[in-house]
Design a protein around this ligand. Structure first.
Ligand SMILES: O=C(O)CCC(=O)C(=O)O
Length: 263
């Protein structure tokens, strides 16, 4: 069920066009997120123990979430408000291409400022949005445990000009504190970085990637077990139409292949 009207979706889309990011406060229920927390904690530990994460900086782990159980949650990835905003800024009939998590631990450091995807056309001025990340934390995110830091408006700037302006101090980084339940939708071309988690508790941030309908990112994918796919709504199936299907949950990869992530 939508929490916002079409006019409010239009307003979020206008803010997104200007800033490259919008935050929906208190959007997902804490009960749902507690189920995600309970499922994520042992997955994080097992992957760290096995050395099966993509390391994105000192003590900072990227883990693809298995598309089963609580993580195959249509109330999250088919959320009508999120999809309404995604469609306004990245076009109708998007595809979902990524379901993963970023978790800085104690001892993590500042990442270099980066974008998550290259520009569409080398050296050309930037285009409308084609790749979005929807992020929500599995804990409160405070100044102490590694808030995401981003710049506003750089999603529509030439990468080199944006970086030069940033380095001259003309474009500030803005920290995004979040509470459990908050969701951010962002254009992954905005210059941004992860910051240190100075607490003993992990700070997991889920990332769901949505692409414009014609955009393919070979570096990420969601393996969808056939028996899970069959339970999805038409909308869920449509979002995942280009993702590979695997026989069952046992066939899901337990390593990471997404290694180049900064542009
Ligand atoms: O987890 C974060 O706060 C940001 C991580 C990030 O930007 C990345 O790894 O590309």
């Amino acid at each position: 069920m939508s929490l916002y009207t079409a006019e409010q979706h239009d307003g979020f889309a206008r803010d997104f066009e200007r800033d490259g990011i919008v935050v929906l406060r208190n959007h997902f229920t804490r009960d749902t997120l507690r189920r995600w927390q309970l499922a994520f904690a042992p997955l994080l530990q097992a992957r760290i123990d096995a050395g099966a994460t993509a390391v994105r900086g000192e003590n900072r782990h990227y883990i693809t979430l298995p598309f089963v159980g609580v993580f195959a949650d249509e109330s999250i990835f088919c959320d009508p408000d999120i999809l309404a905003i995604v469609e306004r800024v990245a076009g109708d009939d998007p595809v979902m291409c990524q379901l993963a998590s970023d978790t800085p631990l104690l001892g993590s450091t500042y990442q270099d400022v980066h974008r998550d995807t290259p520009e569409l056309f080398d050296g050309e001025p930037e285009t409308p949005s084609f790749q979005l990340a929807v992020n929500f934390p599995l804990c409160d995110v405070t100044a102490e445990n590694g808030p995401f830091e981003t710049t506003l408006g750089t999603h529509r700037m030439n990468k080199d000009l944006a970086m030069a302006a940033f380095e001259r101090g003309e474009i500030p980084l803005v920290a995004i504190p979040m509470q459990l339940g908050d969701v951010m939708i962002r254009d992954v071309r905005a210059l941004h970085r992860g910051t240190p988690n100075r607490t003993a508790e992990p700070r997991p941030m889920v990332v769901i990637g949505y692409s414009r309908k014609w955009y393919f990112r070979p570096e990420v994918r969601i393996d969808v077990p056939g028996d899970v796919f069959r339970t999805l709504s038409p909308r869920g199936k449509r979002l995942l139409r280009h993702m590979p299907q695997v026989a069952d949950a046992d066939a899901l990869a337990d390593g990471e292949s997404y290694l180049k992530f900064a542009y």
